[in-house]
Design a binder for this molecule. Sequence first.
Ligand code: SF4
Length: 456
Amino acid sequence: MREECGIFGIFNNGNGSKKDTSIDVAKLTYFGLYALQHRGQESAGIAVSDGENILVYKDLGLVSEVFNEEKLSILQGNCAVGHVRYSAKGKDLWKSSQPLINEHKGKTFVLAHNGSLMNSDELKAKITQETNLSRSTTNTEIMGSLIAERAEEDIEDAIKSVAAQLKGAFSLIIMTNKKLIGLRDRCGFRPLSLGKLKDSYLFASETSAFNLIGAEFIREVEPGEMIVIDRNGLKSFRILPSRKGAFCVFEFVYLARPDSDIYGENVAFSRQKMGQRLAQEHPVEADLVMPVPDSGRYTAIGYAYQSGIPYGEGLLRNHYIGRTFIQPVQSIREGSVKIKLSPIKKILEGKRVILVDDSIVRGTTSKKLIKLLKEAGAREVHLRISSPPVMWPCFYGIDTPNKKDLWAANHSLEETRKWLGADSLGHVSIKGLCSIFDKIPADNFCLACFDGKYPI
Ligand code: SF4
């Protein structure tokens, strides 16, 4: 399960005061993207407006590979938008990198999008201009082209009209030469927060971006809301009819950074509570609770706390694996998971281990890991998973395999346990997962990848 994008935006002096010269919007966007890097590692881009013109720089690679001091120094202005992208498509990567550029009434605007639309074919058929159509393949390009074509309306009205036609998940930041606009679909699948740094307003996929640059979190952009920031300040519009939220629960399970808060719930703390719940639902006698690092760490801490079984780390993750991965030579191919995760024999030998992970998708990594732990001397491996079985694909911006390749969709729990080579297997229940949140009611979550009940 992989997040497909992270977005960030900043408008200097958004409350109408004079431009603050201590605010470098390109550099702050760079650091904002740095804190969102986990949401996409294929490409990174920043667009800056100086009030008249928009300049965009983007390329394939990590934020730190794409930008340096020299490139950032060229991006001068009072407003900026940034984007990091992960794409499973494997082609046209550069063309699909964002922010994407388009024109409305002869003026440039850019879009940065997180999410996925379900009616893109229907929308594409509505695009009439050949020039726009020929370059429109991604959801973001289609949205840009539809906005561009509404020349009879001003840009805010054009965005409202287009948003009403979109079905699916979109957290969007749009920048014109004079405005920064953030909006969210009516279900609020993907997160988007509003923040403030001195007199500047910001948008970010996650509050981890605000934490890094010292900005203050104000609130979430509400589902169906559009916020427009310009020199006169901030305006909020309800552009889509309100309905019950359908926030992606997987943001809490795995996707979001542990130091982020979503709807007042801290991600790391939520994961600890998932671990506690998992220990209540699936207790087992063992000597050691350990995570699959890094995503299972807070959940394993919660499991250990609840069960009273000592916490330890018997797997070491290598953090320095780049974007391009050389195929391993025969001698290590079989255990290629070892390149990322290395077992520590001294900690594992003779132990009954509870291994805590966030999900089983295809199941191949879990199977290899259990074999690795047993070869390293673990006496028993009890697998505990902080999500219910993933049985359905996601259509709302998370990269998942087709249903035929989702292991749990095609096998019983006992078949899965046997195939993985685990001594026992337990998933947190849907009810248990939803019960750990104090501030978000259970019926405000999307749970479609577990129960197949798609909100749209
Ligand atoms: S289907 Fe699953 S991954 Fe997709 S938005 Fe819903 S909860 Fe998140």
